[in-house]
Each structure stands twice: as C-alpha cells, then as structure tokens.
Design a protein. Structure first.
Length: 225
C-alpha cells in the first residue's frame, strides 16, 4: 500500500470510528444493505472496534503445505491500527479460535480488536489489557490438534454474512456490522447525515421543544434519502 492509499484508508477508518453501530445500521437500512449481526457480546475491552478487515479462516484437516505457522500469527503481522481481525471458526468443534498470546501480539501492533465467529480462550488476559474482543462463546480448549488455519485474508462467512479481506467492520455493545469496501463511502455519508439530524433534534429538546414535536415530524422520516 502506497502513501496515498494509506492516507485514504486512515481517513475512512477515522470517519467510521466517529460513528456507532446504531447510526451505521440506520444507514444500511436507508441504503437497503445487509450486514448487521445482533447478539454478539463484547467479551473484553471497553472500546468499540472499527477498521478494515483482516480475515482468518479456521477449519479441520491437514495443515496446508509450507512452513509451519501458528494459526493467527500471519493475521496479526499483517495488521496495524487501521485494522480489525475477523475470524471464522464454524467447524462446530469446541476449540479456541483466538487466544492470549495472539491478543498480546495484536495489541502490540495496535490492531483495533477481534471479532470471532467461534470460541475464544484466554479471555481474562484480553480483559486485563483492555483489548476488545467480540464473540458469542468462550472456552479453555486449545486449537492444537483440533482446528487449523485454512487461510489469512481469504473470503469468510461469519454468522451468515460474507466478508472479504479489506471490507470494514464496526462493533459495539449494540451489534457487529460488516460493510463491503465498495459501499463504505456511501454508508459513511448516510450515517453522518443521520447523526447530524439526530444532533439537531437533541439540541431542540434541550432548547425546550417538546419531544412529540421533535420526534413526530423528524424521526419517522429519518431514513428517507
């Protein structure tokens, strides 16, 4: 990635980080786009995740040919502050898709956080260093001898949503949301417009306008273009 491409990425991630999942969800509704996943708890960290996606796909069988690497290490080494790691571990096997040393490595790289469709282990370590991880299940069971890395920066499916490397993710306690890279700018524009309208409505409330007047004429038409 050259300097110009990096600056574009940095600006897009900065804009995404200013938003929350509710505003982004509303923008997706306005644009008639999917991508919202509900019910994924934040298992560690007190910050939302927002960034470009590095994918990690785990599965079963024999490791691919080539030098032996611990699963997830390439994903960590590929990332930085503008990135979040998204893991698919949909084998049905109870085995950690992410663990403590990977968390430490990712935190040292400045990676924004991890979203895992699969069990996560060593969550106390992630909580101890305030590293954001979103996952529906936890385990103490190791990946060793149970699952392998099938690929890094390959297409994955998480909770039924197709995610490609370079797509974008935002996650907070309301939802996890995936945004295709080629739709991010339109989603950002729509979400920022919605936030601006809601901010104006909040100011009207603080100025003494009744809530029925503020919300009756504005809120119901919020998602109209």
């Amino acid at each position: 990635m050259d300097t110009e491409e990096f600056l574009v990425l940095q600006n897009r991630v900065r804009r995404l980080r200013r938003l929350d999942c509710c505003a982004v969800s509303d923008a997706l509704d306005r644009l008639k786009l999917p991508g919202v996943v509900s019910g994924v708890p934040q298992q560690s960290g007190n910050r939302r995740i927002a960034g470009a996606v590095i994918t990690l796909k785990l599965g079963t069988g024999e490791p691919p040919p080539g030098p032996v690497r611990h699963l997830g290490t390439l994903a960590v080494e590929s990332g930085g502050p503008e990135h979040a790691i998204v893991v698919e571990q949909s084998t049905g096997i109870e085995a950690g898709s992410w663990g403590g040393l990977l968390t430490l490595g990712a935190r040292l790289r400045g990676i924004a956080g991890v979203v895992a469709d699969g069990p996560v282990r060593d969550i106390d370590e992630a909580q101890g260093c305030d590293f954001p991880i979103f996952a529906r299940s936890l385990t103490a069971r190791t990946a060793r001898g149970r699952v392998i890395e099938e690929g890094t920066n390959v297409p994955v499916s998480v909770w039924g949503v197709a995610v490609s490397p370079g797509d974008f993710v935002i996650a907070d306690r309301s939802a996890v949301i995936f945004i295709p890279a080629d739709r991010l700018d339109s989603v950002l524009d729509a979400a920022e417009a919605i936030v601006a309208r809601e901010s104006a409505m909040a100011k009207a409330l603080l100025a003494g306008v009744s809530i029925s007047q503020v919300m009756g004429g504005n809120y119901e038409h919020m998602l109209e273009g």
